[in-house]
Design a protein. Structure first.
Lengths: 293, 159
């Protein structure tokens, strides 16, 4: 790992000024679980690391009925997983966070850091997209709020300006009758980076789907909302056949990445399988009966 | 490159050490504090051999900088035994054959500490999930899981 200077600003403004003043080779560090790997492999060689760990504004998890959940950028995956507020108001988010990577990484890595790194092969971005989450950014110029879709620009690229940091993530309150399921496919049990993930958040009355938000992650450069599949689901009584049809639409509408971990075709097939299971799970269907895989 | 004074408690003992910003926590423990029970394995966050407890929670010390533990409390494998009395996890890893070459063992035991603290009566499956951040290339894991289940039983015995 190359040499660098370590800085610990105590406020958003101080961090923002440092980012503006210190040039292009500056990196923000929260938990550091992803950044350390990049630095040790010398893919990244920052001149300065700006630790945001001492900025109180980035801490805590709260809820209010109007705005929903407020999750400080420094909340670790284990904090999100164990938070009674998250468990109560967005159980799918808690359930996803409990599966991120492994216990060691969950105890160190943060939800804000995860989003800023914009690594597609991780769990949180897709799940947050299906929850319609927003990201609050801050700098000396003030604060602004972006949807996850606006925030995630491309493979490892976000909408953060050079002097901005992520302050918090907001998850709007879910309407009554809304449930969520997050499922994924891991190539091996030991590989913690999902190859395909599907998050579904839907309001339903029994088998009837009133509203749906579906996001595919890990198989596309950034998570993708599947609006055709959502429209197809809405107003429909969901049967195992419908689950299979939605899964086909989802698989058709994505443009999967292709790399050493899986070809585009393989990813598309896995997304189809995961999508079908996800829809079936949310609507309490057994998909082993009636419809061929 | 900046250097920083780190004040932290390791296995109950207070330390104050000047370190360069880029010193990894694993290297700080092994090379500065000479606590070589914590192993450097893959050094890329995969194998878990470098696992230690930070404020009671398991983390990988190869994925952290020493400057990140300023003001905090660490426990390494050296801090588990009480005098000559081994920790129940250490005893049961020995008795159940939860190790062969032993290189991954400190990491497995530290991860098991965290697991049993959060879930004192885990199922076999929960043990496997709780140890999913650690790799062992010798045992095939069966005896490691047995070791943890036996240790849990022993630790719950007083309840």
């Amino acid at each position: 790992m190359r040499e660098f200077d370590w800085l610990e600003p105590a406020s958003v403004e101080e961090a923002s000024r440092m980012l503006a003043d210190l040039g292009d080779e500056v990196r923000v560090i929260a938990g550091g679980t992803a950044l350390m790997l990049g630095m040790r492999q010398r893919m990244l060689a920052p001149t300065h690391l700006i630790s945001v760990a001492k900025i109180e504004r980035l801490r805590g998890i709260g809820f209010d009925a109007a705005q929903g959940l407020r999750i400080g950028a420094l909340a670790r995956h284990s904090d999100v997983a164990r938070s009674p507020l998250v468990q109560q108001h967005a159980p799918v988010l808690a359930s996803m966070a409990a599966r991120v990577a492994n216990p060691q990484v969950r105890n160190q890595g943060t939800i804000g850091g995860n989003l800023c790194y914009a690594d597609p092969s991780t769990d949180p971005p897709g799940c947050l997209m299906a929850l319609d989450a927003q990201v609050v950014l801050g700098s000396v110029r003030g604060e602004r709020v972006l949807s996850i879709e606006e925030f995630l620009v491309d493979y490892y690229v976000t909408a953060l300006e050079p002097d901005e940091i992520v302050l918090e993530i907001r998850v709007p309150p879910l309407a009554a009758g809304t449930e969520g399921v997050y499922s994924r496919f891991l190539r091996t049990a030991a590989e913690h980076r999902p190859l395909a993930s599907v998050a579904l958040v839907a309001r339903r009355e029994g088998a009837l789907c009133r509203e749906a938000r579906i996001a595919v992650g890990a198989s596309t450069p950034i998570p993708t909302r599947l609006r055709c599949a959502e429209t197809f689901l809405e107003g429909r009584s969901v049967t195992p056949e419908v689950a299979a049809e939605v899964a086909d639409i989802v698989a058709q509408d994505i443009t999967p990445v292709e790399d050493l971990r899986g070809s585009a075709d393989f990813r598309r097939d896995m997304v189809r399988a995961v999508a079908r299971r996800t829809v079936a799970e949310l609507f309490g269907l057994s998909i082993d009966q009636g419809v061929p895989a | 490159m900046s250097t920083h004074r780190i004040e932290c408690t390791v296995n109950g003992e207070a330390h104050s050490v000047e370190v360069p910003a880029r010193r990894l926590l694993a290297d700080f423990l092994r090379d500065d504090l000479h606590l070589t029970g914590t192993k450097r394995g893959c050094e890329t966050g995969i194998c878990g051999a470098c696992s230690v407890l930070l404020d009671g929670e398991v983390v990988k010390s190869c994925l952290m900088l020493a400057v990140q533990v300023n003001g905090r409390e660490l426990t390494t494998i050296e801090g588990l035994a009480e005098g000559d009395e081994l920790h129940p996890l250490q005893k049961n890893f020995m008795q159940c054959g939860g190790l062969q070459c032993g290189y991954c063992t400190p990491g497995f035991i530290m991860a098991s500490c965290d697991l049993l603290k959060n879930n004192p009566r885990p199922s076999c499956d929960e043990v496997r999930h709780g140890l999913s951040g650690n790799l062992c290339r010798c045992t095939g894991y069966t005896q490691i899981v047995e070791s943890v289940l036996h240790a849990a039983e022993e630790m719950n015995h007083g309840d």
